[in-house]
Design a protein around this ligand. Structure first.
Ligand code: THU
Length: 163
């Protein structure tokens, strides 16, 4: 028997000014996108902004529904839109932010498991790491070098039978 451990390394920025300008702007786009969320039921507004390899920035947010599970998180709304608008263009970076109307968030919100899975598909598809930038309205900003850092031991197409 043996034991293995997997560690995740990420960077914490205490000052926003320490971020690359491009990353600061992407986070600002995610914050702005959060204000446009359709979060009628949870009231929890999430925004995402994806920078594509062609320089385009695509933003999106969570879209809820009276049939609760029919809604979709900000990250998947944005990733699916980016891929449908610019098919075949790798994702370089994603910034994610959220607004809790009852209590100002001071630490980052992290993507749910399904969103990690979806983002990892794009990372694997283009074999190119997607930098993840997580930040609330204020407080520390977290940065991960790749989606794989958020989803170790993730399922991927390589497990499926050959066609
Ligand atoms: N939500 C996101 O959009 N992204 C996340 O990473 C976590 C949760 C949304 C889904 C739902 O509309 C609301 O936040 C509450 O879960």
């Amino acid at each position: 028997m043996k034991t293995k451990s997997i560690t995740t390394t990420f960077t914490i920025y205490e000052k926003e000014s320490e971020l690359l300008k491009e990353d600061r702007q992407l986070l600002e786009s995610a914050r702005e996108a959060a204000t446009r969320a359709y979060a009628k039921y949870s009231k929890f507004q999430v925004g995402a902004a994806i920078l594509l390899a062609n320089g385009e920035i695509v933003t999106g947010n969570n879209q809820e529904n009276a049939v609760y599970p029919a809604g979709l998180c900000a990250e998947r709304t944005t990733a699916f839109y980016a891929s449908s608008r610019f098919p075949g263009v790798p994702f370089k970076k994603i910034a994610i932010s959220a607004i809790n109307p009852t209590e100002a968030l001071t630490s980052p919100v992290v993507p749910c498991g399904s969103c990690r899975q979806v983002l990892s598909e794009y990372e694997n598809r283009f074999n190119s790491p997607i930098k993840v930038i997580l930040g609330a309205q204020s407080g520390d900003i977290w940065e991960l070098a790749s989606v794989a850092d958020l989803l170790p031991l993730g399922f991927h197409a390589g497990f499926l039978p050959e066609k």
